[in-house]
Design a protein around this ligand. Structure first.
Ligand code: 13P
Length: 247
């Protein structure tokens, strides 16, 4: 199964920029792209554009957040059923910016995992500790709480992925060392082997200041099955350079 390289554009790019990105992205490097599973998590306003360019390709795409109800009086939310209807394949759940800025709780991530799976979207659950939690030695406790909060009951019988994104490495340029990544991924792998043994196709992605110059080394770390890339996914060239580095 191929290594996943997923882009999280966050609150960047409108439909015109998305269009020129996908045009350029799809216009070359076909052999390189075919070696990887590439995914794009785009702002809500770019979802229809993503579908227009990606629906007949192996490239997956989806929203950065979904609500856990399919419809109703929930002003401002994204319906997972509508995401599926417009062609999305994946959905991010519990990104640290959702957890820390928008106060999403572990209980919410569980409901969103269920909503994604109910609508046949493959969820990518994000977990990771803050620098304060790491400094006092709570990294594994936080990962355990976030994993057990979201991955329970029937959620674990469907395909999902987990992204380890230490909050202190996101958008800071301070990348986790291969040793730190190995330790966290090993913990997540073991937790999943114990608690969701049926999740055979699940990958553990690393995210946090992944760039072309650190991607090669990090991709070789045990149990790193992919990357979730923020800043370096905004330009086609650096995104492609990350693929090249992981070859
Ligand atoms: P950066 O790659 O910009 O650090 O962002 C990581 C991230 O949050 C991806 O979801």
């Amino acid at each position: 199964m191929s290594f996943i390289v997923a882009a999280n554009w966050k609150l960047n790019k409108g439909p015109k920029e998305a269009e020129s990105f996908f045009q350029e992205f799809l216009s070359g490097n076909e052999a390189l792209r075919s070696e990887f599973e590439t995914l794009f998590f785009v702002p809500a306003v770019d979802l229809v554009t993503a579908n227009a360019f990606l629906e007949d390709t192996p490239v997956g795409w989806g929203p950065q957040n979904i609500y856990f109800e399919d419809q109703g009086a929930f002003t401002g939310e994204n319906s997972p059923a509508v995401m599926k209807d417009i062609g999305a394949t994946h959905a991010l759940v519990g990104h640290s910016e959702r957890r820390h800025i928008f106060k999403e709780a572990d209980g919410d991530t569980f409901l969103k995992m269920k909503a994604a799976i109910r609508n046949d979207l493959i969820p990518v659950l994000c977990v990771g500790e803050t620098i304060e939690e790491r400094k006092v030695g709570h990294t594994f406790d936080v990962l355990k709480r976030q994993l057990s909060g979201a991955l329970k009951e029937d959620v674990t019988t469907s395909l999902f992925h987990v992204a380890y994104e230490p909050v202190w490495a996101i958008g800071t340029g301070e990348v986790a060392s291969p040793g730190q990544v190995a330790e966290a991924h090993d913990f997540i792998y073991s937790w999943m082997a114990e608690h969701c043994p049926q999740a055979k196709g699940s990958k553990i992605l690393y995210g946090g200041s992944v760039k072309p110059d650190n991607a090669g080394e990090l991709s070789a770390v045990d149990h790193v099955g992919g990357f979730l890339v923020g800043g370096a996914s905004l330009k086609v060239e650096s995104f492609i350079d990350i693929l090249k580095a992981c070859r």
